[in-house]
Design a protein around this ligand. Structure first.
Ligand code: ADP
Ligand code: MG
Length: 222
């Protein structure tokens, strides 16, 4: 699903430098990323999603070298292939929770908003415990509820790759486990791979592999 090789990246004007000699995620594999704050976990997800472009190296996602796409192609590719739960949710407050969940359909001509998609949005929201809050706008939702809206939005298009950046961070322990169940259940149904940054160590045994980013960077720097 993902092959990254000899990838380097730096933000302009900062000392931070990410170097990934090799990272591979198999189809349908479930991998957790752990590591200290500021170690580049979010940066790596953004590189994989094509939101950032590496300085050097190759990032292949589902058979496509993301860096070779035009901006428009990359947006289309991302919308049809990847579900991304952002660390800061990235919800739009002028839209209701329902409209936020269905947002990928609004911005992607290749995705058609069918009755089935609407039903899927509704069912996901119910599973996440926000079925009765779909008409509210994000500012009228708690952090945890906003997070669940972001999760529903990432899953509604049935992507082949789910990238999740601390998606359970603002939830209570019971909700964390339930949300992860939902994420994995949706991934199974869609045959999707999951790459999830998490600080919830109690959830790690549920992943097939855990990538410690601190260690990863040490190796990279060696
Ligand atoms: P993590 O997700 O592991 O906490 P990030 O990938 O967000 O880490 O950040 C890695 C490093 O890059 C940090 O030192 C952070 O301050 C820096 N950084 C993140 N985003 C930007 C940006 N847009 N511009 C400049 N530096 C950034
Ligand atoms: Mg981060």
């Amino acid at each position: 699903m993902i092959t990254a090789r000899d990838v380097t990246f730096r933000y302009g004007g900062t000392g931070f430098r990410l170097r990934v000699p090799e990272f591979v995620l198999q189809n349908q594999e479930r991998v957790a990323i752990v590591g200290p704050s500021g170690s580049g976990k979010t940066t790596l997800l953004n590189l994989i999603a094509g939101i950032l472009t590496p300085e050097t190296g190759l990032i292949d996602v589902a058979g496509t070298n993301v860096a070779t796409l035009s901006d428009a192609q990359r947006r289309r590719f991302r919308a049809s292939t990847i579900g991304f739960v952002f660390q800061d949710f990235a919800l739009l407050d002028y839209l209701s929770a329902r409209q936020n969940i269905l947002y990928p359909y609004r911005i992607t001509p290749a995705l058609t908003l069918t009755a089935e998609a609407r039903e899927r949005a509704e069912a996901l929201a119910v599973s996440c415990g926000i079925g009765d809050k779909l008409d509210r706008h994000p500012s009228a939702l708690s952090q945890g509820e906003q997070q669940r809206v972001a999760i529903c939005r990432a899953l509604v298009t049935q992507p082949k790759l789910i990238l999740s950046d601390e998606a359970t961070g603002n939830l209570d322990p019971e909700s964390k486990a339930r949300i992860l169940d939902l994420l994995f259940e949706q991934a199974s149904q869609a045959g999707a791979a999951v790459l999830a940054v998490t600080h919830d160590h109690e959830l790690l045994p549920r992943f097939e592999r855990v990538l410690d980013f601190a260690q990863f960077r040490e190796e990279a720097d060696a």
